[in-house]
Design a protein around this ligand. Structure first.
Ligand SMILES: Nc1nc2c(ncn2[C@@H]2O[C@H](COP(=O)(O)OP(=O)(O)O)[C@@H](O)[C@H]2O)c(=O)[nH]1
Ligand SMILES: [Mg+2]
Length: 305
């Protein structure tokens, strides 16, 4: 199965909701103001965000007037091109994360978005590319979180730095970075807790993690990645907002695009925050992490072949 097929299957729920809607709207009637309203509403309900929906509606109106296009398929194709151009600047390859020697990557996000799973998958990606990997189990809040990462470490044969439940996350982060330098590991991935309900603590915890990492290397962490669950729709945007306040973000990973009809939220997030998308999660297994490709994403979302 090639990338496009996998991507299509994963995004099928999002794309069929959106593309069927578009087909239904445009197939039946003459394009007028009402149809344009309906089109905009459909985009908003697909979680692309109010602003993006408005822009696309305006683009669409221009296509029609400027190019006198009647064929709705052609119009959708043009929209996909436009979307893909808009999204292009948000592409960032997973490979780039490992560009720095002994790179330390901190992974954050609220509980359940898929941080630990994503770390496992990224670890697998780097191992497949012949890089050495260490995990840092800095989500020390629950024993299960440490065990889960441990399982991934064994699965992909990565090293892991861990401590007992309830221990200081910053200390685990520090030891992970130390281990990374000392053993010249290519990539360190640090798992963190995400209890946003206790914001003050979380903020302190992150600040401490970042500051102890800088004691080892002032360029640490090389990356701070926020993981977002696409099924939460617009709420994902609030999470970017909250976590940006806690610490600087360098990129996003959007998970669970295989199990939601809300793939459009990626567009809204891209537009609103100037943050690249490092990868997208397409399932629970080790190979279910895909690079974010603007062209593929736009075409699949609008069901253009
Ligand atoms: N369908 C789907 N499930 C995912 C994906 N990523 C993670 N999950 C599942 O989401 C749940 C929470 O994941 P976990 O990594 O423990 O989240 P964390 O609390 O942020 O560390 C688990 O059941 C994962 O298997 C994905 O891309 N697609
Ligand atoms: Mg976790």
């Amino acid at each position: 199965m090639d990338l496009f097929d996998k991507f299509k299957i994963g995004l099928n729920k999002s794309s069929s909701a959106l593309s069927e809607g578009i087909n239904n709207i445009f197939q039946k009637r003459k394009i007028d103001k009402n149809i344009l309203e309906e089109f905009e509403d459909l985009l908003i309900s697909s979680d692309v965000g109010v602003e993006t929906a408005k822009n696309l509606r305006n683009d669409f109106e221009k296509f029609r007037i400027d190019k006198k296009l009647d064929d709705h398929k052609e119009i959708i194709r043009l929209l996909a091109d436009k979307l893909s151009l808009d999204l292009l600047k948000y592409e960032k390859n997973l490979d780039d994360l490992g560009n720095n020697k002994s790179a330390v990557i901190v992974v954050s996000g609220v509980n359940g978005v898929g941080k630990t799973t994503t770390i496992g998958k990224i670890g697998k990606f780097f191992k497949d590319n012949n890089k050495s990997v260490v995990f840092g189990a800095a989500d020390t809040f629950r024993a299960a979180a440490i065990d889960q990462l441990d399982l991934w470490a064994r699965k992909i044969k990565a090293d892991i730095v861990k401590s007992e439940t309830g221990s200081d996350p910053a200390s685990v982060a520090y030891k992970t970075a130390e281990f990374t330098k000392k053993n010249q590991i290519d990539v360190a991935l640090i798992d963190t807790a995400g209890r946003l309900q206790n914001k003050k603590n979380l903020m302190e915890e992150y600040k401490k993690i970042i500051s102890v990492l800088k004691k080892i290397d002032e360029n640490y962490p090389n990356e701070t990645i926020l993981v977002l669950d696409a099924t939460t729709g617009q709420n994902a945007i609030n999470q970017v907002e909250e976590f940006s306040k806690i610490h600087n973000l360098s990129g996003l990973i959007i998970t669970k695009l295989d199990s939601t009809a809300k793939g459009g939220v990626v567009l809204a997030i891209c537009k609103k925050y100037n943050l690249p998308i490092v990868a997208i999660g397409m399932g629970e297994k080790e190979d279910d992490l895909q690079p974010f490709k603007a062209d593929l994403f736009a075409k699949t979302l609008l069901s253009v072949n």
